[in-house]
Design a protein around this ligand. Structure first.
Ligand SMILES: [Zn+2]
Length: 273
């Protein structure tokens, strides 16, 4: 069974037929679970609705840094309300994006901090989007106590390594292998997406090779970032298999081992019984 830890089944560009196809493709595949991840209030509402409707679907609710400039207190109150709904397993995706800078840095910081605090209060895992933030994402997480001992006590330890988890998922990890190991040391979990299959992406190949399987999840970020051999096409959750296959090649293990480990890890991370 494959666990897609990050998909946008709530993608607002889908028409009805495309949404039906994306769902039918999941139901006909080896994907046994997927987290539908919010990027604004509307998509968070959709994620909660999908989680209520499909037994394999779980929801994350949150506002992406691109949308930070549009946030206000009313929307934040709505988000807090959504975080209490059935099927919600995480706050996300939240973080910082200085690459596209679609919202001013100040707004990104304010709403990132508020949403981290919501995750701490609600004792929910947090899904992090970090693009070119020059260390600010990790610094803010540390400042807000997201790696603190109180936080770690709320999440199950990794039974293989005995390492504590802070319930922080670094989605579509794009840093170096050294950074990945440092983040794991702090209590974070790494999620690898389709770009690991791109020939020129040596950096992420090294992350997949050197990061212990015990701390890895896999994801599509569908409909974005389709892996090879579908690069450039719309991505769907079943393609997460190609990411698992590439990680298996890089680690020199069977793909079944990657599937099983990432399935078990994701269920533990999101505390799904
Ligand atoms: Zn995403």
């Amino acid at each position: 069974m494959l666990f897609d830890s990050h998909a946008h089944i709530n993608y607002d560009g889908y028409d009805d037929a495309e949404l039906r196809n994306a769902i039918a493709a999941i139901e006909a595949s080896d994907v046994g679970a997927a987290v539908d991840v919010g990027f604004d209030i509307k998509s968070s509402v959709a994620a909660v609705a999908h989680a209520a409707k499909y037994p394999w679907c779980y929801a994350a609710v949150g506002v992406h840094p691109h949308e930070a400039a549009k946030m206000d207190e009313d929307k934040f109150a709505r988000l807090a309300e959504l975080s209490r709904m059935a099927g919600v397993v995480a706050i996300g995706e939240i973080g910082l994006d200085y690459y596209r800078n679609l919202s001013p840095k100040e707004d990104q910081h304010v709403w990132f901090r508020r949403q981290i605090r919501l995750g701490l209060e609600r004792r929910l895992p947090i899904i992090i989007h970090d693009r070119d933030s020059e260390g600010d994402t990790m610094n803010i997480l540390v400042e807000e106590g997201a790696f603190g001992s109180e936080r770690r006590a709320a999440f199950p330890k990794n039974p293989q390594t005995g390492r504590e988890s802070a319930g922080i998922l670094l989605h579509c990890f794009s840093g170096s292998a050294e950074q990945a190991l440092e983040c794991i040391e702090m209590g974070a979990t790494i999620s690898i997406a389709g770009p690991v299959t791109y020939k020129k992406n040596i950096k992420t190949a090294l992350v997949a090779e050197r990061t212990p399987l015990s701390h890895l999840l896999i994801e599509t970020d569908a409909p974005y970032l389709a892996p090879e051999p579908f690069r450039g096409k719309p991505n769907i959750s079943p393609y997460v298999y190609y990411t698992a296959k590439r990680i298996a090649e890089l680690k020199g293990v069977d793909v079944a081992e990657v599937e099983t480990a990432t399935w078990v890890n994701a269920r533990r991370f999101f505390r799904i019984e």
